[in-house]
Design a protein around this ligand. Structure first.
Ligand SMILES: *Cc1c(COP(=O)(O)O)cnc(C)c1O
Length: 407
């Protein structure tokens, strides 16, 4: 089922449809194809990053669509989260190794729904978080000797060693890993990883971070076996290099590429989110008159202005005032004036009488043959595509489409 037709039926709506005609269509088939393309380029199974509600796209439908295992009944999972997780079969084609989250709440949501996939929390946890991580069967990212010892003492299972090779955000500095030797000897990590700060740039920084990672691994070599899972590449890292550039990596950790952004064109990834709303009012505005807050837009001659039920409270950013575009009846029309909290005006003069109350406008994504790519909309707003995507969970309901109705 193609999500490009606004009237088609979704497989499961995010919420009960509201009377407000504002929604986001999510194409889960395209999401899966994006994952397969990333998998094929990386030549390694993926840790699919589903943090922040899968970048605003919806963590649970995304996890299911990517083939993460879910227990048939929720009650199976809530009692003993450890029952099945270590032997979780990956997706049949080896697409997925596991899921990546940033908070234990996100992991709890997955477990509560019966998700039995491996889950790694890539943000550092505090010592007092570790019992909860344990009970949720989450693989924590650790980098302090005390925490590693504590994790071992509470019977904690697999964990990943986080190495800071230049991001200066989380993990142990690459040149200080030797200080962990005792802790690592007591409880060796399942995996060791680092994170790139500028993988999308050909500025040599990736190579430098790779070298620091190699140095760090050498300094803890007693804790590294052929089974230790090494991983570093985010979406841009996958896009930027051939597998030969880092042959020792076992896994890759894409986020934004799955959701059809940032590295889209480099890997022929598809747009998966389509932000739509209906026109709820329409009027003629006479020469010299203004529209919206601040009167930043004025009519030159008589213009036809359509009011659409989409605003910045739905994630359509205010920075798109007088800059954004929408697709209506296959034509691009400009945003007129300031984007308000609940409504945005479009100058639909060019469409004449064809444009009526009730018509659908697409502000991000595809309508017919035309597509407003997330990356291009974000660029117009002078924000990152990450910010644009995560804002989309604010208020508009999401409808999920997939050809495989058993999802
Ligand atoms: C968010 C995140 C990723 C995914 O990065 P993208 O640029 O979205 O592909 C990978 N690894 C870590 C540690 C992250 O925090």
């Amino acid at each position: 089922m193609k999500p490009t037709h606004p009237a088609s039926e979704p497989i499961y709506p995010d919420r009960h449809p509201t009377s407000r005609p504002t929604w986001i269509d999510v194409d889960l088939d395209a999401l899966r194809r994006n994952a397969q393309r990333l998998r094929a380029k990386a030549q390694r199974p993926l840790i699919a990053m589903v943090k922040a509600d899968a970048y605003g796209v919806g963590m649970l439908p995304v996890a299911r669509a990517l083939g993460a295992s879910f227990a048939a009944s929720k009650s199976n999972a809530s009692g003993d989260a450890h029952a099945e997780t270590t032997a979780t079969p990956s997706h049949a084609d080896g697409l997925l190794w596991g899921l990546g989250v940033a908070t234990l709440d996100e992991a709890a949501t997955l477990r509560h729904e019966g998700c039995t996939a491996r889950i790694i929390c890539t943000s550092p946890l505090r010592a007092y978080d570790l019992p909860e991580a344990f009970s949720l069967d989450v693989r924590p990212s650790l980098h302090r000797a005390d925490d590693i010892v504590h994790w071992a003492a509470i019977g904690g299972g697999p964990w990943h060693l986080s190495i800071d090779t230049g991001m200066s955000r989380a993990g142990i500095r690459w040149d200080q890993t030797a200080t962990l030797a005792d802790a690592l000897a007591r409880h060796a990590p399942e995996g060791i990883f680092t994170h790139f700060h500028s993988a999308e740039l050909a500025d040599g920084s990736r190579e430098e971070q790779d070298q620091r990672f190699a140095d760090a691994l050498a300094s803890v070599r007693d804790a590294v076996t052929s089974n230790t899972l090494l991983h570093s590449d985010n979406s841009a890292g996958i896009a930027a290099r051939s597998v030969l550039a880092a042959p020792d990596r076992h896994l890759a950790r894409p986020g934004i590429g799955l959701y059809g952004s940032n590295v889209t064109h480099a890997l022929s990834l598809e747009q998966i989110v389509h932000v739509r709303a209906r026109i709820i009012d329409i009027r003629d505005v006479l020469d010299g008159e203004s529209a919206s807050y601040g009167a930043t837009w004025h009519a030159h001659g008589t213009r036809r202005i359509a009011t659409v039920a989409l605003g910045y409270a739905d994630g359509y950013r205010r920075a798109l005032s007088n800059r954004g575009e929408a697709i209506v009846h296959g034509y691009r029309v400009p945003v007129a004036g300031t984007v308000t909290m609940d409504m945005t005006m479009l100058d639909v003069t060019a469409l004449g009488d064809r444009c009526q109350i009730g018509d659908v406008a697409t502000f991000i994504g595809q309508d017919g043959d035309d597509c407003l790519w997330t990356d291009d909309v974000a660029a117009k707003a002078d924000i990152s595509p990450y910010e644009l995507l995560v804002g989309l969970r604010l208020r508009a309901h999401r409808r999920y489409f997939a050809s495989d109705l058993s999802l």
